[in-house]
Design a protein around this ligand. Structure first.
Ligand code: SF4
Length: 306
């Protein structure tokens, strides 16, 4: 899921990558200008990136309930499923890199075949919160995601090895698995948490990747915009490309759609406005009220309607 298919690669090379290179971004909207308006945080509080980027509740009353009213709730089932699938996928990427590093380059694909049995340890954290049917369904989904991603990694390794006869192990890992998962970032320059973690970012065209196991929404792009700004604030190089990977399941099949997008002025502005609006709500304890419609499964349903 984290690697582009051949078709996507062609699309990127002919479409978004040249656009990303040519794109002009207003300098004040680059993360390295975090110490001046409009990026400079106007309130002295820290928000998690998902708190800024999340608009599942259209008025963001979930954030008000949590940060102002101090109400903590259990994640709903979709959140639990998503968290566990993310964890399983991150585990696979790490284990695949470890398997390659600890074997001879020529035996890398064989070492990866040893990972065929999925690691279900991420399930432990939900063992008491899910019923048996839900656990079985989640286990099946881990197996599907694991197989899909492992096959992709093995193909990548075989492709790289077939092109580079004198490759070292570190180059093989960098070329075949060019992603860093759960990459930790300090967002404090931008008024964000100092312990942020991207789902993944891909080195070679510096793309922020965010994986969603749910329905697409426009606001999902706020997540990639936020991480791009944080990376720019830390490393002082431009990050212009994001991709939301939408994974869903249909009769045991994994279906994947990718939303590649430019992290342009408009998206950056939207992220900054969301951050400022939510910081203000928390700092000044402003109740944003309820939206016309609450989303299904919101964990605050009982608390909000009281
Ligand atoms: S119950 Fe409704 S208003 Fe409250 S947080 Fe959820 S979606 Fe928002």
């Amino acid at each position: 899921m984290y690697f582009p298919t051949e078709e996507e690669r062609k699309d990127l090379t002919r479409g978004l990558l040249p656009k990303a290179r040519k794109m002009v971004v207003a300098d004040e909207l680059r993360g390295w200008n975090w110490n001046m308006p409009p990026l400079e945080p106007i309130y002295d509080i820290k928000l998690a990136l998902y708190e800024v980027a999340g608009y599942y509740c259209a008025t963001a009353r979930d954030l008000y309930m949590k940060r102002v009213q101090g109400i903590e709730v259990q994640p709903n089932i979709a959140m639990m499923f998503g968290g566990i699938l993310h964890a399983a996928l991150a585990k696979l990427i790490i284990e695949a890199k470890r398997a390659i590093y600890t074997t001879d380059v020529s035996l890398a694909a064989n070492a990866l075949e040893e990972l065929r049995d999925p690691d279900y340890s991420a399930l432990d954290r939900a063992a008491t919160d899910l019923n048996q049917d839900e656990l079985t369904e989640l286990k099946n989904r881990i197996a599907v995601v694991w197989r899909h991603q492992l096959n992709a990694i093995i193909t990548q390794v075989d492709t790289v090895l077939s092109k580079q006869p004198r490759l070292g192990v570190d180059s093989l890992v960098a070329l075949a698995i060019p992603v860093s998962v759960e990459h930790n970032l300090d967002g404090s320059f931008l008024g964000l948490s100092s312990h942020l973690s991207t789902d993944a970012y891909r080195y070679y065209e510096t793309t922020i990747l965010d994986l969603k196991f749910g329905e697409p929404s426009d606001f999902h792009r706020l997540t990639t915009a936020g991480y791009a700004l944080v990376m720019e604030s830390l490393y002082e190089y431009p990050v212009n490309l994001g991709c939301i990977i939408y994974a869903r399941f249909d009769n045991g099949r994994l279906l994947v759609d990718k939303d590649y997008h430019l992290i342009d002025d408009e998206l950056r502005q939207w992220f900054i406005e969301a951050r400022d609006e939510k910081m203000r709500m928390v700092s000044e304890e402003i109740d944003p009220g309820m939206p016309d419609e609450c989303y299904e499964g919101c964990p605050y349903t009982g608390d909000c309607s009281r």
